[in-house]
Design a binder for this molecule. Structure first.
Ligand code: GDP
Ligand code: CA
Length: 354
């Protein structure tokens, strides 16, 4: 809380300054705390869980989430946006907590019926409750609404307490170049991640369509108005990397003139969860907290949090011009995650340009 207070305090002082003007000329407005405006670039599970902690740490903050849509896939004629939905369900109270994705109290009748017709893929877990989200989304897209408007409509139900915007309304699909039976071919990211469990080496990761994509309405505006920009412990390649690949987003963040602080998804030289090491290898980055910070670079990042087990790398990261602190980074529960968010905001204040 200390951090949020520090920033908010600064604003109150400036408001009080104005309020000292003679009331007859300038009507006195009650001194109100201006909410801190935080922009978060988020993938799925890592991003969503961090956001829940951030909301606990600064409940009054105005949080805009720019969500990754490179993981999106068309299945059974439906548009599925796994990362947007993970954020929406997690913050809206509908997530399957153990899994970290999909709906709580889920059933799989529809999938079983499809399988009975021989219609797959069977490797992607879509439950009955979850299907409804994809049906509504696909129907609205078919009616001509852009994905950003559809996401807003879905969030009307879930009330995630943040503004969730897809990185783009355009189609971007992350493909992975792999060698299967001695033959190199590109497969959809979900096939690589979910079906193959990243078990074959990835030669390249390509966000197909990103070069032509435009940031969704509100994305650049939110970045431009932000007090702080955070990179949660999301996948640096296929979540945050994909968002940054949409022309204009990386530039807007670098030029925003506000602190940009990230939290490492790599702890003790391995991803806390999942196979991020495999996609980091594909882009030539070693699986360490320091290497990920260097991959983002001091042109983008002002501050970087590593876990206490990686305290030895703090000096190396700081030598690269990125302020670094070692703090506990395991999101074991919401309180622990809230403390991580507080640390990130505290570091943001430390690096805030005068
Ligand atoms: P995805 O889209 O579901 O893969 O989720 P994200 O891209 O948002 O986040 C995935 C990353 O979160 C993985 O690389 C994990 O290492 C990281 N992660 C998951 N749980 C934790 C945690 O408790 N602490 C930290 N530091 N990272 C975590
Ligand atoms: Ca994802």
């Amino acid at each position: 809380m200390g951090t949020g207070g520090a920033r908010v305090g600064a604003r109150v002082r400036s408001r009080r300054g104005r309020a000292r003007c003679p009331p007859a000329v300038f009507p006195v407005r009650p001194a109100r705390l201006a909410p801190m405006r935080i922009v978060v670039l988020a993938g799925g599970i890592g991003g969503a869980r961090f956001l829940r902690g951030l909301k606990r740490a600064v409940p009054d903050a105005d949080v805009t989430v720019i969500g990754n849509t490179g993981d999106d896939i068309h299945l059974f004629g439906l548009k599925v946006c796994p990362d947007l939905d993970t954020v929406m369900y997690t913050l809206g109270g509908g997530i399957n907590e153990e899994q970290g994705w999909g709906r709580a109290e889920e059933t799989f009748h529809l999938k079983e019926e499809l399988a009975a017709y021989g219609v797959g893929p069977e490797w992607f877990g879509l439950g009955d409750r979850d299907f409804a989200t994809h049906i509504v989304r696909t129907q609205m897209l078919g009616a001509g609404y852009p994905l950003s408007a559809v996401t807003e409509a879905l969030c009307d139900r879930w009330k995630p307490g943040v503004r969730l915007i897809p990185m783009t309304d355009d189609r971007v699909e992350t493909h992975v170049a792999v060698e299967v039976d001695g033959e190199r071919r590109a497969i959809h990211f979900q096939e690589y991640w979910v079906r193959l469990r990243a078990s074959v080496p990835a030669a390249a990761i390509v966000p197909v369509g990103a070069e032509q994509a435009k940031p969704a309405p509100g994305v650049l505006e939110a970045i431009g108005a932000a007090d702080v920009i955070l990179f949660p412990p999301s996948n640096p390649v296929v979540s945050i990397g994909t968002i940054l690949a949409v022309p204009g987003i990386r530039e807007a963040i670098a030029e925003a003139g506000v602190p940009v602080v990230g939290l490492s998804p790599i702890v003790g030289d391995a991803p806390v969860r999942g196979m991020a090491d495999k996609v980091l290898a594909a882009v030539g980055v070693e699986s360490t907290a320091a290497a990920v910070a260097e991959h983002y670079g001091s042109g983008l990042l002002d501050g970087w949090l590593v876990d206490t087990v990686d305290a030895a790398v703090v000096e190396r990261v700081e030598a690269d011009g990125i302020r670094c602190r070692a703090v506990p980074l395991m999101m074991t529960d919401v309180d622990a995650t809230a403390r991580m968010a507080q640390e990130a905001l505290a570091l943001a204040e430390e690096v805030r340009p005068a």
